[in-house]
Every structure is written in structure tokens, then in C-alpha cells.
Design a protein. Structure first.
Length: 132
């Protein structure tokens, strides 16, 4: 009786392992290939303007100290490029923009965001750090 239970557990573990490998493969396929990063970065900026956001600044982070503040002391398991954006818009437009880029087929992750209300206006200024 015990052998049958162990065999069932082994089968279940194999099935779980197979599913985990399939999920990992699917997630890895969403990682942007290095040659496509510039295209995706342009797509992010276009999406911002299409959502009515004013893009005041968009730049890649390359300074090692700035990168460590985002990634922490350990290197991420996959190569990523990090960008900062300074945006001005309504809060609703900013929310739509974040939802849109997080829905891209490629993996674009918002690493950090800070939002401040613009004095005497119904707008916000946002500093967004994202990785592609």
C-alpha cells in the first residue's frame, strides 16, 4: 500500500515539475531579446504619448550605483536594461499607461514610481523607473 502512495507522489511531483518548466519557458519567452530592447523602449514612449502623457525625459540608466539602488546588491538572473521616465499627466492617464505597458507581450516591469501633484493644476508629475 505504501509503495502505491509513494508512486502517486512521484507522479504528482513529476507533473508539477513539468508544469513549472513549461511556465518558466513561457515566462522566459516574454523576456525581451537584447536586439529588440530599443524597439520596446520606443514603444513605451509612444504608448505614453498615445495615452496623453507629456514625456519630459526618457533615459537609460547606466551608472552602476544607480542600478544597484534598483536591483539591489545581487545581479538579476536575466539581463535587463533600466530606464527612467519623467511624465506629466492626469492620474487616470498615468494609470492607463502603466496598465498598457504591463500588458505588453514583452516583459516590461515597473521597478519604482513616485508621483507628485502639480501645484495649481489637476496634473501629476511621475518619475517611473522600468526595466526591459
Amino acid at each position: 500500500v505504501e509503495d502505491g502512495t509513494i508512486e502517486k507522489q512521484i507522479k504528482r511531483l513529476r507533473k508539477q515539475t513539468r508544469k513549472a518548466k513549461e511556465q518558466l519557458k513561457a515566462d522566459e519567452s516574454r523576456l525581451t531579446q537584447p536586439e529588440a530592447v530599443e524597439h520596446i523602449a520606443g514603444k513605451v514612449v509612444r504608448t505614453a504619448t498615445q495615452n496623453g502623457l507629456m514625456v519630459k525625459e526618457f533615459m537609460e540608466l547606466t551608472d552602476k550605483n544607480d542600478l544597484k539602488k534598483i536591483t539591489g546588491p545581487e545581479n538579476p538572473p536575466y539581463p535587463r536594461r533600466y530606464y527612467t521616465m519623467t511624465l506629466k499627466s492626469s492620474f487616470q492617464a498615468l494609470r492607463r499607461f502603466i496598465e498598457n505597458i504591463e500588458g505588453f507581450p514583452e516583459l516590461v516591469a515597473v521597478q519604482r514610481i513616485s508621483i507628485e501633484k502639480v501645484e495649481d493644476e489637476a496634473l501629476v508629475t511621475a518619475e517611473v523607473c522600468l526595466s526591459i
